[in-house]
Design a protein. Structure first.
Length: 172
């Protein structure tokens, strides 16, 4: 599986199906419907369903060796994001950060927990590209440590365990 911190430039599900671009979704519950629609439209435009590539976005990422520390360190970013969304009139989707980790696309916890969260997300959507967001900035030592742990322990495992046509291209 390709893991990236950049989203595909997709403005709607029917456009990528028609143009042959990858689809990108951000939440497993709503994403399943969007992915199904994307794959249907892909076929409707005469494309081979085996060639459809799906990307999925995450709403947040933070990894720490101790899962409770990961939650505690990420909570201020989560709460700030929720407050901003409410200021724009967005409805409350999750009751807490723990609820967002359990039901959403927030990958927060120990390396093993984040690997399991990505597997759960992949099982729901069958996607091949994973966008990660809400990671903080490299100049923040806490965020940087989480990014480094993600790169060292989560990414290699996910790349090994989830098939990926984007990365696993034969040379030549």
């Amino acid at each position: 599986m390709k893991l990236s911190t950049r989203k595909f430039p997709v403005s709607g599900i029917s456009v990528p199906g028609k143009a042959g671009a990858p689809g990108d979704v951000a939440a497993p519950a709503a994403g399943g419907t969007l992915v199904d629609d994307y794959r249907k439209r892909w076929v409707d435009y005469g494309r081979d369903p085996a060639d459809a590539l799906v990307g999925a976005g995450s709403a947040g990422l933070h990894v720490h060796r101790d899962s409770q520390t990961a939650i505690a360190e990420y909570r201020p970013r989560f709460e700030a994001g929720q407050a901003f969304a409410r200021s724009l009139g967005a409805p409350r989707v999750f009751e807490s950060l723990e609820d967002a980790v359990d039901r959403g696309s927030y990958f927060v916890g120990s390396p093993q927990q984040v690997i399991e969260q990505i597997h759960r997300y992949h099982a729901a959507l069958g996607h091949e590209a994973q966008h990660t967001a809400g990671i903080g900035t490299p100049d923040d030592p806490t965020a940087r440590a989480g990014i480094e742990l993600f790169a060292a322990e989560v990414m290699p495992t996910v790349r090994r365990e989830i098939p990926d046509r984007l990365w696993d291209v034969p040379a030549g």
